[in-house]
Ligand binder design. Structure first.
Ligand SMILES: C[S@@+](CC[C@H](N)C(=O)[O-])C[C@H]1O[C@@H](n2cnc3c(N)ncnc32)[C@H](O)[C@@H]1O
Length: 340
């Protein structure tokens, strides 16, 4: 069988959050890799389904959704974006949906290009945002994203709790770290953080967020590298982490054009991450977006990879609860291993 990363890829569009400069990277030839072997050992306990919910607060709210769109509040701005899962009718009248600061128009495909329209007045690229006391920047980017995935707050709070309760130095690895919110939450909670992303632009945004958050004196290493290559190197170098966050896109590219395909590359990535977990590891948290799959799939993968490690694997969906009608919007699925 051909190694997964060398298989010929379809001509798919660049992954979500892959900034434009990186999209132009040459089509890659990945390194040789094997499918991970079945791991013997007792499986961790399991808990599922777990639904982790984010509700409205002063910094963020899913105000309403329906007819294929969602209306959200990010700090001072009200924003309308496409939302394929909102197949129900809107709860709020049209004039509320029109009285907004930014609307993403164009391609409704999760990975499609589009553009921002500002109905009231032209807006700059960024604006002030805050999460649990950490300041950062919201950002109108291509591919409809705004520099933060609010549903991830469930994971961030859980992680901050683990770091705080550990009562010892904790090392966190954030793979596919994007604008760095998870890294900053970990740093603020007292961890030593290694943040890896393939995009120079995203690393730049993350560093900007570190400055805005006034966390520049915290130990965060910002690394622009292919996540798989980095994990392989860490295995060889013998570096170990207590918490690993994995939030990969369905499709992406490393800085040297390395292709990341979730379904093909995730098994090896999870196996590598298991290798670089410390002896006193606390958690490994995996989230997957925009894929036609079930959380049972990543649950089975992670549980198998953690055989012999004890603990529990809990899996389910990350959802956001509407402020107005109280319906829940599913954003992604997750599986996380937690030591007990
Ligand atoms: C889904 S986002 C991560 C979201 C982030 N964890 C959060 O919650 O805000 C995907 C990120 O993966 C990065 N990426 C894509 N392919 C990559 C690769 N091969 N290696 C490392 N990072 C990659 C993109 O640049 C992007 O920043």
């Amino acid at each position: 069988m051909k190694p997964a990363r060398n298989r010929k890829r379809g001509n798919r569009p660049p992954g979500r959050n892959q900034p434009p400069a990186e999209q132009a990277a040459a089509r890659p030839v990945g390194g040789e890799r094997q499918r991970p072997a079945f791991r013997q050992g007792e499986l961790p306990a399991e808990r599922l389904p777990i639904i982790l919910e984010v509700g409205p607060d002063e910094n963020y709210a899913l105000i309403d959704s329906g007819d294929g769109e969602k209306l959200e509040r990010f700090g001072e701005y009200r924003v309308v974006r496409p939302e394929g899962q909102a197949i129900w009718p809107r709860a709020l009248p049209q004039h509320v949906w029109q009285n907004v600061d930014a609307v993403f128009t164009g391609d409704t495909d999760e990975e499609g290009l589009g553009r921002w329209r500002f109905p009231r007045q032209p807006l700059g690229e960024t604006w002030p945002m805050r999460h649990d006391g950490i300041d950062y920047l919201g950002r109108f980017t291509s591919f409809r994203h705004v520099g933060v995935f609010p549903e991830q707050a469930s994971h961030w709070r859980h992680m901050a709790g683990l770091i705080g309760a550990a009562g010892r130095p904790v090392k966190v690895l954030n793979l596919f770290g994007y604008t760095g919110l998870a890294s900053l939450v970990a740093a603020e909670a007292g961890a030593e953080v290694t943040h890896v992303d393939a995009s120079k632009k995203a690393i730049g945004w993350a560093r900007e967020n570190q400055a805005i958050a006034r966390l520049e004196n915290k130990p965060v290493r910002w690394i622009c590298e292919d996540a798989m290559r980095f994990a392989e190197r860490e295995v060889r170098r013998g570096n170990r982490y207590d918490i690993i966050l994995l939030d990969p896109p369905a499709f992406g590219r490393g800085p040297k054009g390395e292709v990341w395909q979730l379904f093909e590359d995730l098994p090896e990535m999870v196996a590598l991450c298991r290798e670089i977990l410390s002896d006193r590891a606390l958690a490994m948290v995996l989230t997957a977006y925009a894929v036609r799959s079930s959380f049972f799939s990543i649950h089975g993968l992670l549980r198998g990879a953690m055989a012999g490690k004890g603990g529990v694997v809990e899996s389910g969906e990350l959802i956001i609860r509407e402020e107005t009608a109280g319906r829940a919007l599913s954003t992604s699925m997750f599986a996380r291993w937690v030591a007990q």
